[in-house]
Structure formats: structure tokens, C-alpha cells
Design a protein around this ligand. Structure first.
Ligand code: NAD
Length: 320
């Protein structure tokens, strides 16, 4: 089958070529899928995308007009794809539901620990030969309460790590779940009792801005919030207000509400900077990574293997 891979980065191209073993005619572009790049799909059967590609209804309509029958995303999340539109135009959609939950779980815990120990500031100080300990006091995770919202593949991988650190782990999930080391509670109890809250739910109309002024109000003063799921789960303006008052004590993000068009590219020399992002970065108790939680060798290998397996499967359907 012929497939075009959008938003491909140098760290995944070789793995994809190796996994493909010349079975499919695959083409790569580092550009994101949008109205300007959609012409690349001419003659293709499938498009393979990533989280910040545009797959809103008008783009899907144009894909259908170009004869595209399949969309595969190299991600767990499918919030960037208009499912209704895909259905309407009879385009099959596939994601990778479970490529390496540990990659994201370990990154979430790393953000939490780096924030607690002021790791970035202390390293910057050392580089400047400033070895003062004056502003570097951290806290122990041992004995703290960690609330995990969403106990799917990733949340369930986060729980044993915090448990291993000696934390009490609370969980909230809309599906009834049983997860080792996790005491399930209602959402308000989780907000009320947690010192650290880590988000692992998909983005949907129900979960958009789940963290806003009204939910933050229910949390402990000085709470640490970690978001490695989707940026739009947090209303950034509300989080900034809560950082100002000290209600949020620490904020660790691998995803950002307005990351589309910003993350995954080098914008160092841009004249205009995203205002809210710059405001977040003014806070020493905010630590942001650019949607890289998935970025481990193991996860990239698994993504490549599984995406080619998806193309194999679709190809076998065409042959039938
Ligand atoms: P998953 O589908 O295995 O688990 C999601 C869990 O959330 C499920 O148990 C579901 O019941 C629960 N849930 C759904 N809506 C909820 C709600 N309103 N309240 C409480 N629980 C709810 O998904 P996963 O593999 O654990 O991934 C979670 C999210 O992490 C993905 O949707 C994706 O957006 C994000 N993600 C980010 C990265 C990254 O690199 N930063 C990588 C992979 C996934």
C-alpha cells in the first residue's frame, strides 16, 4: 500500500524504514498535515499522522476527495482526528493504544521529582559556579498522597512507581477499575487529599479544562499538578492565576493547551512568542518539556513496528 507519513522526525525515520522491510511504498515529510500540505496525499492509500497534524472535518473531506481510505496515527490519543467526519467519508482510523506506557509514566514521575528538588535551577546554578543551597529545599515523596486521574495503560504504570517511593496512591477513573496499589475514590476526595495530582485521561469534550479554577479550588494549597496527557485538560489562564496565589505550588507539563503549531519545531528565532507559554515559563516552579514523554528508544521501536503492522493489516483487506 502507498502511505505518506506526516510530521516525521529524524529519530523515527530509520526505524520506520527498517520495520517496513520494503513491504509498503512509504513517503516521509517532516511537515505537518494541513491545508497547505494536503496535496502530498495524491496517489496514496493511507496517511500516517501525529498528534499535532490537522485532521478536522474539512481536511478529512479533502482526504476523502483524494481517495484516502485509511488514517493511522502514531499516538495513543485520537483527539486530533474528527471521528465523525472519518466515519462519514468511510475512512478507517487506527491508533496505537499501548506502545510503551512506561515511557510516559517514567516521564511524569521524572517531572514530579525534578520539580520537588528544583533540579533545573540547581543545575543552572552549578553551571554558573553558584553552589548556594538557599533556594533548593525540596520535599520527600515518601508519605505523600498522589492522586492519579485516569487509570488506563499509563496511569496504571505510574501507580507502582509512586507506591514504590512510599506514597499513598489514590485513583479516579470513570470506568470501574481495580489497580494494584491504588485506592479508588471520587474526584472531589482525590482533589482534597492529594499532594500531587497526575493526569492520564484522554482529551474529550467532558475532560477539556477538567483542571480549572473550580477544580483547583478543591485542591490542597501548594498542590503539585503533572500533565503528560493533553494540554487542553488544563485551562492555562486559570493555572497561571493559581500559580500566582500559591494555590498551585508546582506545575509539570509535557503538553500545553496551545502546543499545536508551537511544539515539535525550533521557534528560537521567532519574533512573536506565545504569550501564555512565556508567562508560564516565568515561574521557577513550572517545568515544561515539549511533548516528549513518549520519546524513548523502546517506544519509538514499538510505534514503528505497530504502525507497519497496521498498514499490513489494511493491505491484507485490500487484497481480499
Ligand atoms: P487509556 O485509554 O489506556 O486510559 C485512559 C483512562 O482514562 C481509561 O481508564 C478511561 O476509563 C479513563 N477516563 C476516560 N475519561 C475519563 C474521565 N472523564 N475521568 C476519569 N477517567 C477517565 O490511555 P493511556 O494509554 O493511559 O493514555 C492516556 C492519555 O495519555 C492519552 O489519551 C494521550 O492523550 C496521553 N498520552 C500522552 C503521551 C505523551 O507523549 N505526552 C503519550 C501517550 C499518551
Amino acid at each position: 500500500m502507498k502511505a505518506i507519513f506526516y510530521s516525521t522526525k529524524i529519530n523515527e525515520k530509520d526505524l520506520l524504514i527498517e520495520s517496513n522491510q520494503q513491504k509498503h511504498e512509504i513517503t516521509f515529510t517532516s511537515k505537518a498535515l494541513d491545508k497547505d500540505t494536503i496535496c502530498y496525499v495524491k496517489g496514496m492509500d493511507a496517511v500516517v499522522v501525529f498528534t499535532n497534524d490537522d485532521l478536522a472535518a474539512p481536511i478529512i473531506k479533502t482526504l476523502a476527495e483524494h481517495g484516502i481510505k485509511y488514517i493511522a496515527t502514531r499516538s495513543v490519543g485520537i483527539d486530533h482526528i474528527d471521528q465523525e467526519a472519518a466515519k462519514k467519508y468511510d475512512i478507517k482510523v487506527a491508533n496505537i493504544p499501548d506502545y510503551s506506557p512506561q515511557a510516559i509514566a517514567e516521564h511524569a514521575v521524572m517531572l514530579a521529582m525534578a520539580l520537588s528538588r528544583h533540579l533545573i535551577q540547581s543545575n543552572q546554578q552549578c553551571r554558573a559556579f553558584n553552589f548556594s543551597l538557599d533556594h533548593l529545599t525540596g520535599f520527600n515523596f515518601y508519605g505523600k498522597t498522589v492522586g492519579i486521574i485516569g487509570l488506563g495503560h499509563i496511569g496504571a504504570a505510574v501507580a507502582p512507581i509512586f507506591h514504590g517511593l512510599g506514597c499513598k496512591v489514590l485513583g479516579y477513573d470513570t470506568a470501574s477499575k481495580k489497580t494494584k496499589h491504588v485506592k479508588f475514590v471520587d474526584l472531589d476526595t482525590l482533589y482534597l487529599e492529594s499532594d500531587v495530582i497526575s493526569l492520564h485521561i484522554p482529551l474529550s469534550p467532558e475532560t477539556r479544562h477538567i483542571i480549572d479554577t473550580s477544580s483547583i479550588k478543591k485542591m490542597k494549597t501548594g498542590v503539585m499538578i503533572i500533565n503528560t496527557a493533553r494540554g487542553e485538560l488544563i485551562k492555562t489562564t486559570d493555572a497561571l492565576e493559581a500559580l500566582k496565589t500559591g494555590k498551585i505550588g508546582y506545575l509539570g507539563l509535557d503538553v500545553y493547551e496551545y502546543e499545536k503549531g508551537l511544539f515539535f519545531e525550533d521557534h528560537e528565532v521567532d519574533q512573536f512568542r506565545d504569550f501564555l507559554f512565556s508567562e508560564l515559563m516565568k515561574n521557577p516552579n513550572v517545568l515544561i518539556t515539549p511533548h516528549q514523554a513518549f520519546l524513548t528508544k523502546e517506544a519509538l521501536q514499538e510505534i514503528s513496528t505497530q504502525i507497519i503492522a497496521t498498514l499490513d493489516h489494511w493491505n491484507s483487506l485490500i487484497q481480499e
